[in-house]
Design a protein around this ligand. Structure first.
Ligand code: PGA
Length: 255
């Protein structure tokens, strides 16, 4: 399966100068690489979407956003429509990120609404799931993930399910330097695929990419992605350093 190396730039690149500097250095680094088996996706803040898609459209990198609203148009002050994202050059949307769940009260049900409207608008959802530290301690990881899958995939047709990308991001590993052991990550991947085979079929389940996210860096990419056989990574902090992010991408692409 094709690999996905996705950068979540979060709420960074605060000035025009900073944004332009990032774009220039990313483009320079990108030209040095040729990816045979991977897709590179960058998810900047909404305000940079059009600029990013202008710079990278037609090159090796594709563009996404970090969230969408679950309506297409109307009186929803401050929200961003999936149709708008598509029309301004986005092809992906992260949905259900743990920071959205923690700070903005997003639930599996909201993620389900967002996944449906993303698919309707031709955006590929990158659905984030994973357990908290407390759930892990109480041995609830597999139950939590089963619920996160069942509730978020509710009503998604067979023909649409394989457009979704899943990112397993243990919440205790996001923004820290901690990473689960490779065998733990692999067990979660097997569990996710089992859940998906029960909901759809084994054939469809195997077409749904399962990525790892949380503290991915050059030094941890083997443990986090290659050894557990993940289909790519969702990278936060390290995606702000183009050279390091693309090193991670190259390691995965050549593995
Ligand atoms: P991190 O973030 O790589 O900085 O841990 C990952 C994410 O939030 O997607």
């Amino acid at each position: 399966m094709e690999k996905y190396i996705i950068g979540n730039l979060k709420m960074n690149l605060l000035t025009v100068a900073e944004r332009n500097h990032y774009l220039a250095s990313f483009s320079t680094e990108l030209k040095k690489s040729k990816f045979e088996n991977s897709k590179i996706v960058l998810c900047p803040p909404f305000i940079h979407l059009e600029k990013f898609s202008g710079v990278f459209g037609g090159t090796q990198a594709e563009i996404g956003v970090q969230d969408i609203y679950f309506e297409e148009r109307g009186s929803f002050t401050g929200e961003i429509s999936p149709t708008m994202v598509k029309n301004f050059g986005g092809y992906y949307s992260i949905i259900g990120h743990s920071e959205r769940r923690r700070y903005f009260g997003e639930t599996n049900e909201i993620a389900n609404e967002k996944i449906k409207i993303a698919l309707k608008n031709g955006l590929r959802p990158i659905y984030c799931l994973g357990e908290t530290e407390d759930e892990r301690r109480r041995d609830l990881t597999f139950d939590v993930i089963a619920k996160q899958i069942k509730e978020a995939f509710l009503g998604i047709a067979n023909t649409q399910a394989d457009k979704i990308i899943i990112a397993y991001e243990p919440i205790w590993a996001v923004g820290t330097d901690a990473i689960p052991e490779s065998n733990e990550i692999m067990e979660v991947k097997i569990w996710i695929r089992k859940m998906l085979s029960e909901l759809y079929s084994q054939d469809i389940a195997e077409k749904i990419p399962v990525l790892y996210g949380g503290s991915v860096k050059v030094k941890s990419v083997k443990q986090a992605c290659i050894d557990p056989g993940m289909d790519g990574v969702l990278v936060g902090r390290e995606s702000l350093v183009p050279m390091e992010f693309l090193k991670v991408a190259n390691i995965i692409d050549k593995s």
